[in-house]
Design a protein. Structure first.
Length: 607
């Protein structure tokens, strides 16, 4: 007997549909007594009209059961058809077929017929039982539940995506791997999920509700169980959750048209997240310009910038972007052709006290028509300027911290900008560093004074600069994030300015781990917000900042640097579970290259 081929859904569905349609049409013709137009219906030997006899046949009900499903290849397997009727027990024969291949005709015994299904290779099959009918019972056709024959290999699961879901459950995740056809169940922390779709290399599963924390996803087939893979459940009060950077976009674009992409449900951002933290990098632009990243919502937009770039330079900046209900963001570029890279570094959850929003301009010191706020530019050196934040630009009056994108433009000389809570001493830590004629932007999370104010200060040797502050979010009282006046935790430069346990420049492609002082980051903190600056790099390269104890150096960079320029960026970094407040640095540049690094604590997360 030939072995049937594994099921291919569409052709078989169409074939089965045509067979059922023919049978249905025959039943209609018999039941209605419709006759050919040119010939009379032949009569039976006893003079009975065949149409009347057919109409008198009793309806028959059939069920088809499989002795196992799914089943291992080579294991015994039997299909059993059971025929019933309101009057009497059907007699006659049943023909079994598998994906159209005949497996034999078997006589009914007390309305039951069985056949062994031998020789099936791994795959999926339709098993059909066709009852021919008898003198008093009508013919019928019935399909068994979809049969899956699996290999003897244990299921192999190599990836779960997304691997972060909400505690309420209901999200769909894909488990990728091999030998998954004969799946019998998928559990998350021992709780069964709902199987939505499957094939040999992919399972689509709806996750069950579960308390926040990391659980193990396990696939079970008739051959056994897979090795577990972690899935993280996140609660709505998780607040600001940092992540090892994960790349979600790497594309080159030639026009100014917006590009939008899905964020939630992919790459470690759960459905229901209210915002996402990104590292945005622009590579090799051929003109001066800027890039803006924003929520995918309809309506007009303010002309804010997320990253300002120069010709031929790689520039990176942190961004905090609110996510609308559709979980999507967009980005648009003003300037020449450029490659755009987006790396997810974390996310925020609703109701956590950390709220992100579409950017709203708070300060613009440039003259009319750009002017926003009370500070008239350009801003000179050595002067503290204070602005009201609480109650403005979408920030509630009781906010404890604000998330801003700070931009400098019309720069006439080198310097740096410092942003800090109003009333506090001017910190040594800067938010961004700038050079003449270059527009620069950087994100910052700034604690607010009790009156809801912040201050900024330009540190230059007499040159001036215009300052733009765009609000992208805020933190409310009771939230898990605590903002602080920026405090230096590391400065590798030797001499009086040295801070921390690393002395001297970082050498190329070597991991360096440093400790955050307990006075700046308390015990129990799960992540820290740092403003990291690459100082006096000897060549082109990038710096990667990531949790200590991570096995591999992440592919995504935190900032990119060029010789002769000090480059800062904001980063949110997970802290080790063992309670030690340590962070690792890695400078990716040519062998022999060096760079000094300064790191300033801007805040931390305590659940």
């Amino acid at each position: 007997m030939p072995s049937p081929r594994p099921h291919r859904r569409d052709p078989l569905r169409r074939s089965l549909g045509r067979s059922l349609a023919v049978l249905a049409a025959a039943a209609v013709l018999l039941g209605s007594g419709v006759q050919p137009a040119t010939a009379a219906m032949p009569t039976a030997v006893d003079g009975t009209d065949p149409a009347v006899a057919a109409a008198a046949l009793e309806a028959t009900t059939a069920t088809v059961a499989l002795s196992a499903n799914p089943v291992l290849v080579g294991a015994p397997l039997t299909a059993t058809a059971t025929l019933t009727s309101a009057t009497g027990v059907p007699t006659g024969t049943v023909t079994f077929s598998v994906n159209g291949t005949d497996y034999g005709t078997v006589g009914l015994v007390d309305g039951v017929a069985s056949v062994a299904l031998d020789g099936l290779v791994p795959g999926s099959y339709w098993v059909r039982a066709q009852y021919a009918g008898d003198a008093t019972h009508a013919a019928t056709v019935k399909l068994a539940p979809f049969l899956r024959v699996g290999v003897t290999d244990l299921p192999l699961v190599t990836e779960v995506t997304p691997a972060v879901v909400g505690e309420e459950g209901g999200a769909r995740v894909a488990l990728l791997g091999a030998y998954l056809t004969a799946v019998t169940g998928v559990t998350f922390g021992g709780v069964p999920g709902t199987l939505v779709d499957r094939d040999d290399s992919r399972l689509l599963v709806e996750v069950p509700p579960h308390a926040p924390g990391t659980v193990q996803a396990v696939v079970t087939t008739v051959a056994g169980t897979s090795s577990p893979l972690p899935v993280e459940y996140v609660g709505s009060s998780a607040g600001m959750v940092s992540r090892v950077p994960v790349r979600i976009e790497d594309e080159s674009h030639t026009g100014p048209q917006p590009h939008c992409l899905q964020v939630t449900g992919t790459k470690g951002v759960p459905a229901g997240a209210s915002g996402v933290m990104l590292n945005v990098t622009v590579v090799a632009p051929y003109q001066v310009g800027y890039l803006t990243v924003y929520p995918d919502v309809p309506g007009p937009r303010q002309p804010t910038s997320t990253v300002n770039f120069e010709v031929g330079r790689e520039v990176a900046n942190a961004a905090f972007v609110a996510l609308p209900p559709n979980g999507r963001l967009c980005y648009a570029r003003v300037g020449g052709i450029a490659r755009v890279i987006l790396d997810v570094t974390g996310f925020t959850m609703p109701g956590s006290g950390t709220e992100l929003q579409d950017p709203v301009r708070l300060v613009d010191t440039r003259p009319t028509p750009y002017r926003v706020g009370e500070v008239n530019g350009p801003v000179g050196p050595g002067v503290v300027h204070t602005v009201q934040v609480g109650g403005r630009a979408g920030v509630p009056a009781d906010a404890t911290a604000v998330i801003v994108n700070a931009t400098v433009t019309n720069v006439t000389g080198p310097g740096n900008l410092r942003v800090f809570p109003a009333g506090a001493p001017v910190p040594n830590a800067s938010v961004l560093n700038y050079a003449p004629g270059k527009d620069k932007a950087n994100a910052a999370i700034v604690a607010l004074s009790s009156s809801g104010q912040l201050s900024f200060y330009s540190d230059t040797d007499g040159s001036t600069v215009d300052v733009v502050l765009d609000v992208t979010g805020y933190v409310t009282a009771g939230g898990v994030y605590a903002g602080v006046t920026p405090a230096r935790a590391l400065d590798t430069r030797p001499g009086a300015g040295h801070v921390g346990d690393l002395v001297g420049p970082l050498e190329a492609r070597t991991p360096y781990t440093f400790a955050l002082p307990a006075a700046k980051v308390p015990a129990g903190a799960t992540s820290v917000v740092l403003n990291v600056t690459a100082i006096d790099p000897s060549g082109y390269g990038n710096l990667r900042v990531y949790p200590s104890g991570l096995g591999d150096v992440p592919f995504a960079s935190t900032l990119n640097y060029v010789p002769g320029r000090d480059i800062p960026n904001l980063v949110v970094v997970d802290l080790p579970d063992d309670g030690s407040a340590t962070v690792t640095l890695f400078s990716d540049m040519v062998a022999g290259g060096t760079v000094h690094v300064a790191a300033d604590v801007a805040g931390y997360v305590v659940p």
